[in-house]
Ligand binder design. Structure first.
Ligand code: PHE
Ligand code: FE
Length: 298
């Protein structure tokens, strides 16, 4: 049996900030034949584990879409096969990439209904945690909801909004990025059966799938666009606050207005710490704050 892992990963370059990754922005063909038995096994392990955990925890649209797309635990999916189903459903196309993209490239892809998916998968010793997005996060976590027409439109609108915010300036971009973080990456949705997960950062993590729904520590607060845009977040720990939407339609409608005046108004407003509960918040749960790290909000 083959045990070596496929060649992969970004190059690193030494700069005055230490070694930083040099990302290739180019779209790459998924080198499907080069995945090793270990790579497929990593996918299998993660897929099985998360699917088991997510029944009754993830949004049903998310789980149904994975099945509809033909994702399964047997092997790493082929992007071109997923694209046939996805293209027919909502017009989105997956494109292979080496890793994180510069913001403007990323927005341009989304605005054109292309979702960049990291082509390589984490190593076996990174099963529980990897700092940067890999194929499991991108494909398992982000892609299924692109099958949902409303969410698919939201993601494309976000891309157009990103191009616009980038032109306005870094503060606008910071406010918009928080919206992505608290919805696309770490969003919860309220359903008649209870809160469910739809954020890709949660569904691709075993620990956070449990923590986001079941722990008493974090806040769970109703979606509010400007509130979210003001709120710092965590990149190195579980979130201190999760925001809850009532429906994908709500997300679409709340983000439809032109953000330009909102960005301008927010310039004079203070940024909020990740763990704060504010007057006016629709509180599903006020967290106990147990185990929260001091400082470190970005
Ligand atoms: N309406 C936003 C704007 O004018 C664009 C956007 C839509 C951003 C959906 C995010 C999500 O900038
Ligand atoms: Fe992501």
């Amino acid at each position: 049996m083959e045990t070596a892992t496929a060649p992969r990963r970004v190059e690193h370059q030494q700069t005055d900030k230490g070694y930083v990754p040099v990302y290739t922005t180019a779209v790459v063909e998924q080198p499907w034949e080069s995945y090793t038995a270990d790579d497929h096994a990593t996918w299998s392990t993660l897929y099985q584990r998360q699917r088991e955990l997510l029944v009754g925890r993830a949004s049903k649209e998310f789980l149904q879409a994975q099945d509809e797309m033909g994702m399964n635990a047997h092997m790493i999916p082929r992007f071109d096969q997923l694209n046939e189903v996805l293209g027919a459903a909502t017009g989105w196309t997956l494109v292979g990439v080496e890793g994180l993209l510069p913001e403007l490239d990323f927005f341009d892809h989304l605005a054109n209904r292309r979702f960049p998916v990291t082509w390589w998968i984490r190593r076996p010793d990174q099963i529980d945690y990897i700092a940067e997005p890999d194929m499991f996060h991108d494909l398992f976590g982000h892609v299924p909801l692109l099958m949902n027409p409303v969410f698919a439109d939201y993601m494309a609108a976000y891309g157009r909004g990103g191009v616009k915010a980038h032109a306005i300036g870094p503060e606008a971009l910071q406010h918009l990025t928080r919206l992505y973080w608290y919805t696309v990456e770490f969003g919860l949705i309220n359903t008649p059966e209870g809160l469910r997960i739809y954020g890709a950062g949660i569904v691709s993590s075993k620990g956070e799938s449990l923590y986001s729904l079941e722990s008493a520590a974090p806040n769970r607060i109703g979606f509010d666009l400007e509130r979210i845009m003001r709120t710092r977040y965590r990149i190195d720990t579980f979130q201190k606050t999760y925001f809850v939407i009532d429906s994908y339609e709500q997300l679409m409608e709340a983000t439809a207005p032109d953000f330009t005046p909102i960005y301008a108004a927010l310039e004079t407003q203070e940024h909020l710490p990740a763990g704060d509960v504010q007057e006016g918040d629709r509180v599903f749960q006020k967290g106990t704050g147990e185990g929260w790290a001091e400082g470190g909000d970005v």
